[in-house]
Design a protein around this ligand. Structure first.
Ligand code: LHQ
Length: 255
């Protein structure tokens, strides 16, 4: 259900149920979470990409799959979707959501959860939950209003309106849109660029930002002061300063 490949420090995890637009069953969710953790622990991996096989990114919960039905909705979310979203946001490495096609329901949440969101031109996002009279889950109620404000988020959720790539870029749902034909190569090139950046500093930056978006300015200032010590004591910082003084590009990837 998940294909994994690592090239040039970039681990690409591909949701692989293309005939169902990569709709999620428990196997897919648990395997994706396990693969993220494995990539997090793998010293060779510096950046993780999540993408989909075929024309979809992820159509959310597989509505034909009964595997979750012996659990309550709450139990199901706590056992599968929520650990996945938490793993993405707490992973020590940047995670890119590479949205190659439609992202619906919990798939939309997955598209929004990445640290960086790259979209193919034909990608689209639908907070589809209200079509089946459910509440947006897997982090959508947290991610979306922070990006588009409360009212636009409510409208997108209430009407299950589709957002295309150009609108998504304007609304801040993604950082870049690439042509469909070259999408996989463009994502890999972007990820390789990110993989050259100082890994320790990015890990600490992710930690600081995730704490800051939920906290007060006072808490953010304290957190920055603490994390800056960890960054400043790391060899990457020495390399950055030395490279600046020597007027050369820094090398943050040790052989
Ligand atoms: C699918 C699905 C799908 C199965 C397309 N399941 N087959 C959490 C915890 C607990 C419970 C419930 O939910 C959650 C969170 C959630 O994610 S709830 C939201 C669940 N997702 C949906 O309601 C989305 C349903 N799908 C759609 O609305 C459309 O398929 C979208 C808008 C995603 C794409 O539309 P199209 O591009 O027109 O494609 P299509 O509808 O023709 O789909 C292609 C095939 O994929 C088709 O199968 P078929 O055999 O006819 O070719 C669909 O049945 C299948 N598929 N989504 N979620």
């Amino acid at each position: 259900v998940i294909l994994s490949r690592t090239r040039a420090g970039v681990c690409t995890l591909t949701l692989n149920r293309p005939d169902r637009l990569n709709a999620a069953n428990d196997d897919l969710l648990l395997t994706l979470t396990a693969e993220l953790k494995r990539a997090g622990a793998d010293a060779e991996v510096r950046v993780v990409v999540i993408t989909g096989a075929g024309r979809g990114f992820c159509a959310g919960q597989d509505l034909g799959d009964v595997s979750g039905r012996d659990m309550t909705f709450t139990e199901h979310l706590n056992a599968t979707y929520n650990p996945l979203i938490r793993t993405i946001r707490t992973l020590d490495k940047p995670v890119i959501s590479a949205v190659n096609g439609v992202a619906a329901g919990a798939g939309a949440s997955l598209a929004l959860a990445g640290d960086i969101r790259l979209w193919a031109q034909s990608a689209r996002l639908i907070e589809v939950f209200s079509n089946i009279a459910l509440v947006p889950d897997s982090g959508s109620t947290w991610f979306l209003p922070r990006l588009v404000g409360y009212n636009r988020a409510f409208e997108l959720m209430a009407l299950a309106e589709q957002v295309g790539a150009d609108a998504a870029l304007k609304m801040g749902l993604c950082e870049h849109v690439f042509a469909d034909d070259t999408f996989a190569d463009d994502v890999q090139a972007y990820a390789e660029r990110l993989a050259q950046r100082p890994a320790n500093a990015l890990k600490l930056t992710k930690q600081a930002l995730n704490a800051a978006v939920t906290g007060t300015l006072d808490e953010a200032l304290d957190q920055e002061a603490a994390l800056q010590q960890l960054a400043g004591d790391h060899w990457e910082h020495q390399e950055g300063v030395t490279a600046f003084k020597e007027k050369r590009a820094p090398n943050f990837v040790r052989a």
